[in-house]
Write a protein that binds this ligand. Structure first.
Ligand code: 6PG
Length: 238
């Protein structure tokens, strides 16, 4: 697990953008399949990417997928796809056929199946499962990630690429990438900023079974953390 700490959330977002650009530049013949999480944290990254790195990103060799999605219309402010569209996708030269949103208005069980089938068809396979070049994750204060909340750890061992989960705080249904893809990805990258993430960052760094995010961080193939000092207790204790 490689932990990268930066002074501010903005510097952290810029560092992650540059990391992803370096990744896509590794092989100019390759198409890179990347799954993005939502929530509020990545919004700063999307905005900076559109405004500061649009011209230097090889968009034509990127394919956009989602780690998870709230079961709401794309126009809803809660939509992870809608948020990326409003902040990034509407401003960059990426064709619709390179963007694979989860449909938040479909029947959740049907959409989990449809999206599972879609990624199995679009993403190259390894060990007979989609092999994402990168899966970008956030983590909630309660330790959830990929909309897998504490108490829903069974989703970490699901054989189905995506399943329906439920936000326990408001009953909102979600479509969530499960462990079979999280643990099959070439790399998992966490973006963790803000002082409200200190506890989950500590769990991720120091344990491995105190919640879904910590478990994923300790069982995925290659894990990188991009954090600001607010989220990193070690930095605070200095
Ligand atoms: C979602 C995300 C989720 C997110 C964490 C952190 O749909 O909510 O994919 O897993 O990464 O909840 O959310 P914040 O960035 O809002 O703290």
């Amino acid at each position: 697990m490689k932990a990268n700490v930066y002074n501010t959330a903005m510097e952290t977002a810029r560092a992650l953008i540059k990391r992803l650009i370096r990744l896509v530049e590794e092989d100019p013949r390759k198409v890179y399949h990347i799954a993005f999480s939502g929530g509020s944290t990545p919004s700063l990254m999307f905005d900076l990417w559109a405004n500061e790195y649009k011209e230097v990103t090889p968009w034509d060799r990127m394919r956009f997928y989602w780690v998870d999605e709230r079961c709401v219309p794309a126009e809803d402010s809660e939509s992870n796809y809608g948020t990326m569209r409003r902040l990034l996708l509407d401003f960059i030269p990426v064709p619709a056929e390179s963007v694979f949103p989860i449909e938040g208005t479909n029947d959740p069980e049907e959409e989990a199946k449809r999206y599972s089938d879609l990624v199995c068809k679009e993403v190259p396979l390894w060990r007979n499962l989609p092999f994402f070049d990168a899966v970008l994750l956030g983590a909630g204060e309660d330790g959830h990630t990929s909309s897998i909340f504490p108490g829903q750890e069974y989703l970490l061992s699901s054989p189905h690429p995506y399943e329906v989960s439920v936000n326990p705080y408001n009953g909102q249904k979600r479509i969530a990438m499960t462990g079979c893809l999280l643990f099959n990805a070439k790399r998992v990258i966490f973006l963790l900023t803000g002082k409200n993430k200190v506890n989950v960052v500590s769990d991720i760094l120091n344990s491995g079974d105190t919640g879904p995010a910590a478990y994923v961080a300790h069982h995925a193939w290659e894990v990188e953390l991009f954090m600001d000092e607010s989220a990193d207790q070690c930095a605070i204790d200095k």
